[in-house]
Design a protein around this ligand. Sequence first.
Ligand code: IFM
Length: 452
Amino acid sequence: MQPDPSLDPATLAARFPPDFTWGVATSAFQIEGAVREDGRADSIWDVFCRRPGAIADGSDGALACDHYHRWQEDLDLVARLGVNAYRFSVSWPRVQPQGHGAWNPRGLDFYERLVDGLLQRGIAPHLTLNHWDLPQALQEGGGWAARDTAQRFVDYARGVARRLGDRLRSLTTHNEPFVQAVLGHETGIFAPGLQQRAVALQVAHHLLLSHGMALRALRADGVGCDLGIVLNLAPVQPASESPQDRTRARIEDGRLVRWYMDPLFRGSYPADMLEEFGADAPTVADGDLGLIATPMDFLGVNYYSRSVVGASGAVDPKALGAELTDMGWEVYPGGLTELLLRLHRDYPVPALYVTENGAAFRDECVGGRVDDPARTRYIARHIAAAAQALAAGVPLRGFMVWSLLDNFEWASGYAKRFGIVHVDYASQRRTPKASAAWYRDFLLAMRQRAAA
Ligand code: IFM
């Protein structure tokens, strides 16, 4: 295949402003390991991993990438890429083991070392508070289905910000509330593994509510970094122009996109979805919607693929005839442009970041090298799609690749590799893949342009 000149690093770099944020992303449970060290307690994912059959390869987060011990080496890898941002998450049960009350100083110390280590390397820290690993102790009191968890989250947010807030570039409340609510409480394929739609919708409401409450508390405390939330979004397209397909696609768009975007940016749940959910719709107290719509500084978007929907549900991506990743997700870069344009058109979003984009492919480490042209192409094409949205006026401020390292891919275990750095789990040896070299070259081209 001929190389695509529009994906050449220098050509692509010319399409972005010099102050654009470029990063790589990870999350605590997926990389840290050390789950029983230095006072950390169980999260819902530790418990879920013990459930027979829950994780495809029977694995867990006990060791993961051993990042808790290898964080300096990992930050050196981040620095060598030439990014100016690193997105990571704090493990709540590491810093406040029971989810309320006593703090664990050794846990907070770890994140302080990490944040300072980033700053020493000239990399801006972008911290996420909740990337799914709720303390198990809170789950035993009802988890996110219990309204009280929202207040516990506010206290947690304030405690973390008190210690680190002065050094962060941004603070994200939740990563992907849809996934936590629906996969965790409706389909049950993620922790805590419950299967009730009404519970999932109440969970989603409490996640959104706690986001708004936390934003207000953090601002009242004088936290100066940017505050926002990260949603997993996709354009939802009808399989055909038939009224049945279009109706179903609109419902799926309501479930995935509007159920979160409308309350966050318009202060209301979409009327058609309230009707669709009927008795399963959540209990909403007076004032909740005002809190949820508290203005934020940025919205993070995690984009991997589009969703095509027919009258009877999601169309199997295999039927679409396009390239698929190892997750079975269709490679569809144009969907990122479409999505960003739509968010900008339909909602008053002040600033947007692509907080995750990347792909799992089957990699092999041969002679100390990992050649991953499919991932390189995937990332480059999505950066090009982001450039297109930027050129059309979308206030896009940054792009972060998922992920720095191969890691624990939740219910799929370790078999699905999203990293631009390969991890040999037996030796914990890190090997930057060809995609990492491409990203480094691209970022070098960005810096050369800025200096010119
Ligand atoms: O690994 C996950 C991440 O934790 C959240 N967003 C999607 C990624 C790939 O599935």
